[in-house]
Ligand binder design. Structure first.
Ligand SMILES: [Zn+2]
Length: 338
């Protein structure tokens, strides 16, 4: 033997290795044995590298093969044992109660939006979800906003470039619809709108609105009031009272603001209604004849009304939530209550 291992050494090495293989009782341990006896730095590999004669080479190679066979065999035994253990222990007992999966729920904004959609579908209105990037032309000019109206400024509105902006209300949809079809028109548009408001308890730079338009012959203010009452009751219940105050909006004349009796305190007075018993809910009015002229509808023949309201604001009142921020924070602890 010219190698550093004598025949006796080879025998001892084999005995030690086989004992280690037999003693290994996990996949990790058998891997450790493999590295120890067959790895690059093992005694056997180092000896094989130094081998100078055929006899020693054959003896060491035979030992290597026997050890490989023993280690592979032990590894398979351990695998089978593990599989047997899994088969007997991890039995699926189909009589046990299953794991509870928590179902998601609709966001309160979506819930409120659907109530509004259903109320208007019931009245025969068409429901529209329109573009959010608008032009100054549709967002302001066509809606008869005066040239110096503060909403047109960069401080109030998100401009993309001098002619495009994020819509500040859903009203541009009314113009698109009126341009595209002849009256009679009954439509409601729902979606996101954007204003450069600093977020606080009651303001957020993005919120949802619903906005409706009816154009027909002989439409009167009484039709508008009846429609608003219908929607307010769908949102807040039959026992709610609705009142109207005069107001000013560019695209309606006359303009009114509907108030609903406070659903939180039932008119006894609370923080939500600022102790007045009434809550302001959006704006409404008869369509300004100039708006009809802008889209080529003859104001002598057709009249109409329009109205708009914040969806989060309605949801706040339905659920007694005093702030708008929770609607955008997506805190599951809040949302799971709906
Ligand atoms: Zn109140």
């Amino acid at each position: 033997m010219l190698t550093s291992l004598t025949l006796m050494d080879v025998q001892n090495l084999e005995n030690g290795a086989l004992a280690a293989v037999a003693g290994a009782d996990s996949a990790d341990e058998i891997e450790r044995v493999r590295v120890e006896y067959l790895g690059r730095k093992s005694e056997l590999k180092l000896a094989l590298r130094d081998v100078r004669d055929r006899e020693s080479g054959m003896a060491l190679n035979t030992l290597r093969e026997r050890l490989e066979t023993a280690i592979d065999g032990r590894e398979q035994e351990l695998r089978r044992a593990e599989l047997d253990r899994q088969l007997t222990q991890d039995v699926l007992d189909v009589t046990l109660p299953g794991e509870e999966r928590r179902l998601g729920s609709l966001h309160p904004t979506t819930l409120t939006r659907r109530i509004v959609e259903d109320a208007f579908l019931g009245l025969g209105y068409e429901v529209i979800d329109d573009r959010e990037v608008e032009t100054v032309h549709y967002n302001f000019d066509q809606l008869a906003f005066p040239p110096a109206h503060p909403s047109r400024s960069h401080r109030d509105t998100f401009f993309i470039d001098p002619v495009r902006l994020l819509r500040t209300e859903t009203s541009p949809s009314q113009i698109h619809v009126m341009e595209g079809k002849k009256p009679p028109i009954y439509m409601v548009s729902l979606g996101r709108v954007y204003r450069r408001d600093a977020p606080d308890a009651t303001h957020f730079p993005i919120f949802h609105q619903f906005e409706g338009l009816a154009v027909d012959r002989d439409i009167k203010l009484a039709d508008l009031k009846g429609t608003l009452r219908h929607v307010m009751r769908a949102l807040f219940g039959d026992e709610r009272q609705v009142r109207f105050r005069t107001h000013y909006f560019p695209f309606t004349e006359p303009s009114i603001e509907p108030d609903v009796s406070c659903p939180i305190c039932d008119m006894r007075g609370c923080r939500m209604c600022k102790y007045t018993g009434w809550i302001e809910l959006g704006g409404a009015g008869m369509v300004n004849p100039q708006v009809f002229v802008n889209v080529g509808i003859d104001p002598e023949e057709w009249t109409g009304f329009a109205f708009g309201c914040g969806i989060e604001r309605a949801a706040q009142l339905r659920h007694g939530i005093s702030e708008i921020r929770p609607f955008w924070e997506n805190d599951l602890r809040v949302l799971r209550q709906f």
